[in-house]
Ligand binder design. Structure first.
Ligand SMILES: Nc1ncnc2c1ncn2[C@@H]1O[C@H](COP(=O)(O)OP(=O)(O)O)[C@@H](O)[C@H]1O
Ligand SMILES: [Mg+2]
Length: 312
């Protein structure tokens, strides 16, 4: 089904002619149809492209001088090492005309619905449950430790308290001292060390379900660490999809073995850190769809923190 790309994403005709010519040359056929999926927030092109020879591939790309280009480079670097049981195949990656383009096996599927009664839920959680065994030891070289991302997540509450105290809601004001002391980068660094290749951006729009099979896409934040971290990233997403925090944690316990290895204090600190990250970027960042997502994600995070701590 044809759909419009997010307003900020380029369309195929916006690509420089040299880039389009390089795609045609690499694929060995000319594009005849372009379809724009709706998921994702990055500013690059994301398109399902049909070619004259009947082939169809998913292409995502970015100008190399864009500040997000390193994520597309990271995705190209990890792609060849991802097993087909969890991710679509990276078919090719090219640089041309100042752009980087990554082409993947096209998945005829949709973004799964992770709500509590959805038939997509069990297949989605089951593939997340495979990640630890499929991706340990980390199959790709040169992957940074997950502590690099967790360090970026922490510190949101300190920034808010320091620069935007007026933006804190009454619950946040009541519990600010505890939020600050539990937003603990050292604890997260120690407890997140591990040898599993992690995704670090598990959300419904980074999953695709076709038939009953779910694949994990968009490995642009790949890191190496303890497998529980990816399960933890999913909790606020399950809450956003309509689960109570308790239901979300129970669903992970039932389907994702790595969840049970998560140290409870680390999970609480993770919940506090990720929520502070969303709050800080909601207060400081753009509005629009991304701002709206961060607001809702921070609300989900607050529910999760309340469930884990009892802070009323
Ligand atoms: N291999 C694929 N086959 C078909 N559609 C895909 C594929 N990979 C991604 N998509 C669609 O494109 C959207 C954006 O892709 P994604 O890799 O998540 O890009 P971004 O980095 O912009 O988030 C996804 O939400 C999904 O709907
Ligand atoms: Mg994405």
């Amino acid at each position: 089904m044809a759909s419009a790309p997010p307003a900020s994403r380029p369309r195929w005709d916006d690509l420089p002619a040299a880039v389009r010519a390089a795609v045609q040359s690499r694929q060995g056929a000319a594009p005849v149809g372009i379809d724009y999926p709706s998921g994702g927030f990055t500013p690059g092109i994301a398109a399902r492209v049909d070619f004259t020879d009947g082939s169809r591939v998913f292409v995502k790309g970015i100008a190399l001088n864009d500040r997000t280009a390193r994520h597309y480079e990271a995705e190209a670097a990890v792609g060849p090492y991802l097993p087909p049981s969890v991710a679509p195949e990276l078919l090719w990656s090219i640089r041309a005309g100042g752009w980087l383009l990554n082409a993947y096996e096209d998945i005829a599927g949709t973004i799964p619905d992770l709500s509590p009664t959805s038939p997509d839920l069990t297949p989605a959680l089951s593939v997340i449950g495979l990640l630890r065994d499929e991706l340990t030891p980390c199959p790709a070289p040169g992957i940074p430790p997950v502590s690099t991302i967790l360090a970026e997540l922490t510190g949101g509450w300190a920034t808010l308290a320091d620069k935007h105290p007026e933006a804190l809601d009454p619950w946040e004001r009541r519990h600010l001292a505890a939020l600050l002391s539990s937003d603990d980068s050292d604890l997260l660094t120690q407890t997140s060390a591990g040898a599993t290749l992690l995704h670090c951006d598990l959300r419904p729009d980074n999953l695709l379900i076709g038939g009953h099979r779910v694949r994990v896409i968009d490995w642009s934040w790949a890191t190496r660490g303890a497998a529980w971290v990816d399960a933890a990233f999913l909790v606020p997403q399950l809450i956003l999809a309509g689960h109570t925090p308790e239901q979300a944690e129970d669903a992970l316990a039932a389907h994702v073995p790595a969840w049970k290895a998560a140290p409870p204090a680390a999970l609480t600190s993770f919940a506090i850190a990720v929520t502070g990250y969303w709050r800080r970027h909601h207060v400081n960042g753009p509005g629009g769809a991304l701002g709206d997502y961060r607001r809702r994600a921070a609300e989900a995070g607050q529910h999760w923190i309340t469930h884990r701590t009892g802070w009323a």
